[in-house]
Design a protein around this ligand. Structure first.
Ligand code: PLP
Length: 402
């Protein structure tokens, strides 16, 4: 592997983990080791002609940080190189990414198909926001291929899905659904937050756009909100998605991009360690006297275990724990924990646990809760970077006294 300028790493041919360390880097004339933070809103020009030229040849240089910023670009390129995307754009939160990826391509009269099991704010965009603009949304059971076939037997403009889902850990057959969607004329947006770019590669199965809440594993250290949209087709990205974003302005702040850029360096290490611990924790809980059922993608007891093995290389760090008891036992368990923290966030280096029925999913109607498996005795655990044995002992103590 040779290079002409020794300040610029040659990342072509590097393995994914190395791309997470060197990808996207743009060294300044000061030759810094660590990525520079370009904390600037605008850029200056050497002459009026240069400014005129910058606007005439859109994209050739930086003009304004809502359009592009060098630190954001390093983060975007690093993730795009890792994911195999042609284009990426960093947004202020995961929800700004969902909104931009989905709404940029939709118009009044269009039709969208989505599973019912979605992150609550994604569900809100589809259920409340889309109909306001005359966009029809059909919700289905995402685990049922015949339901996808029926819904996509009519023309559709977009499919939006999350797999595994939060917190039901329902898995959607990515290849089959992407094929059906494309035949119906729809582009497919995958919210890959739970699986992370390390464990599932939706582009390989036909997805057109991937979004992340970078707040979760990409930062993974509880420091900032962030999101990102990745597209496979550069033409679609530059003609449809980017004009929407640069005019509406859900742009990520350069400082947060810089945090996420540094988070990416350890992403594989963290996600793989958390995934290994999560499997240990899941196996332990599966035999626990207080636990009725544990849902974890890589346990053979997961109802879609075969599909999981086809499209994910690991089960991730999230598990759903259905207690034999109800809300009182769930609360007693949370309140009895010594190290695992009560928090509705996830993907963090600290193990976090939440009671979805009274927090993240409290706004759902009773019927919607039943459909999404949000039972009173359900706890959602995000396994962190602590020693797995400490997580197991903490959970065991809290469950036993609950
Ligand atoms: C957290 C999350 C989001 C929203 O991301 P924010 O960064 O909180 O805006 C969207 N989808 C999924 C699956 C999430 O877990």
């Amino acid at each position: 592997m040779s290079r002409t300028d020794h300040r610029t790493p040659n990342v072509t041919g590097l393995r994914p983990r190395s791309k997470l360390v060197h990808g996207g880097i743009r060294r300044s004339s000061f030759d810094e080791t660590c990525e520079a933070l370009y904390q600037t809103s605008g850029f200056v020009y050497g002459s009026a002609e240069e400014a005129e030229n910058a606007f005439a040849n859109d994209g050739t240089r930086h003009v304004y940080s809502r359009f592009r910023n060098p630190t954001n670009a390093m983060f975007e390129d690093r993730l795009a190189e890792y994911e195999g995307a042609a284009w990426a754009y960093a947004t202020a939160s995961g929800m700004a990414a969902v909104h931009g990826a989905l709404l940029s391509g939709l118009r009044s009269g269009d039709r969208v198909v989505a599973p019912r099991a979605l992150f609550i704010s994604c569900y809100w965009i589809l259920k409340e926001l889309c109909p306001r603009y005359g966009i029809e949304v059909e919700f289905i059971d995402g685990t049922d291929l015949s339901a996808w076939e029926a819904a996509l037997s009519k023309p559709a403009k977009a499919v939006f899905l999350e797999t595994p889902s939060n917190p039901g850990l329902e898995v959607v057959d990515l290849r089959a659904v992407c094929d059906l969607a494309h035949k119906a004329g729809a582009y497919v947006v995958v919210d890959n937050a739970f699986a992370t770019p390390v464990l599932q590669r939706p582009f390989d199965f036909g997805a057109d756009v991937i979004i992340y809440s970078a707040t979760k594993h990409i930062d993974g250290q509880g420091r900032c909100l962030g999101g990102v949209i990745l597209a496979k087709d550069i033409k679609y990205a530059t003609e449809v998605i980017h004009p929407f974003l640069r005019n509406l302005g859900p742009t990520l702040a350069p400082f947060n991009s810089w945090l996420l850029l540094k988070g990416m360096e350890t992403l594989e290490l963290r996600v793989n360690a958390q995934t290994a611990s999560a499997l240990e924790v899941a196996r332990f809980l599966e035999g626990h006297a207080k636990v009725e059922r544990v849902l974890y993608p890589m346990l053979p007891s997961h109802p879609q275990h075969d599909l999981v093995r086809q499209q994910m290389s690991g089960g991730g760090n999230m598990l759903s724990i259905f207690l034999k008891g109800g809300k009182a036992e769930a609360f007693n368990t949370l309140n009895g924990l010594g190290m695992v923290m009560i928090s509705n966030n996830l993907g963090d280096s600290k193990s976090l646990i939440t009671h979805p029925a009274t927090t993240t999913h409290s706004k759902l109607t009773d019927e919607e809760k039943v459909a999404a498996q949000i039972k009173p005795g359900l706890l959602r655990l995000s396994v962190g970077l602590e020693d797995a044995q400490d997580i197991i002992e903490d959970l065991d103590r809290a469950l036993s006294q609950a």
